[in-house]
Design a protein around this ligand. Structure first.
Ligand SMILES: *[C@@H]1O[C@H](CO)[C@@H](O)[C@H](O)[C@H]1NC(C)=O
Ligand SMILES: *[C@@H]1O[C@H](CO)[C@@H](O)[C@H](O)[C@H]1NC(C)=O
Length: 154
């Protein structure tokens, strides 16, 4: 019974929001869905989000990755490090007060403090500096590197 009601609600949701029908389950939205709702590609987060929260009023969010995570970002192969928990503020087209994402460049780690969506591009802010990349570079969430011991090569 409860399951039937749930399915009806899900169906009605699809009718009510046809533009979001590419989302396989509109009721159980994920952190990746929220990113897309905010105008960002899902690849800004690595695969493996275990929990998240978003205050819809303030835009404050927190994302739990279950552990520290490193990925190599295209196209320039910057090494990026995600803390176990990433926090910030998400409003349409803009992530600010970001904490928990660092990139390795010029022999040191830089904290990404904000991310903006600008047309077809994504702008990463590192304090007063910024770098722009095509949004399509981040269409996929990357798996965290180094989850397996080095010796376990395949
Ligand atoms: C959403 O779906 C995932 C995977 O099916 C599940 O683990 C999670 O508990 C669900 N979350 C909610 C809020 O229903
Ligand atoms: C969400 O943000 C609003 C505005 O800042 C605040 O009043 C409210 O307490 C927050 N809700 C939660 C659940 O933290």
């Amino acid at each position: 019974m409860a399951r039937g009601v749930f399915l009806v609600v899900a169906y009605l949701s699809l009718l009510a929001f046809p533009s979001r029908s590419e989302n396989p389950n509109p009721i159980n939205a994920t952190a990746y869905d929220k990113l897309q709702d905010g105008g960002f590609p899902i690849g800004l987060l690595p695969a493996g989000v275990v929990a998240y929260s978003l205050n819809r009023t303030s835009g404050d969010f927190s994302v739990d990755l279950g552990g520290e995570c490193r990925v190599t970002l295209p196209p320039d192969n910057y090494l990026a490090s995600y803390s176990k928990r990433v926090t910030g503020n998400l409003v349409a087209g803009r992530i600010s007060a970001l904490d928990g994402i660092q990139v390795r460049a010029f022999f040191r780690w830089w904290s990404i403090t904000g991310i903006r969506s600008s047309g077809e591009d994504i702008v990463f802010e590192v304090g007063p500096a910024s770098a722009k990349y095509p949004s399509r570079n981040f269409d996929q969430s990357l798996d965290c590197e180094g989850h397996n011991p080095r010796t376990a090569s395949s």
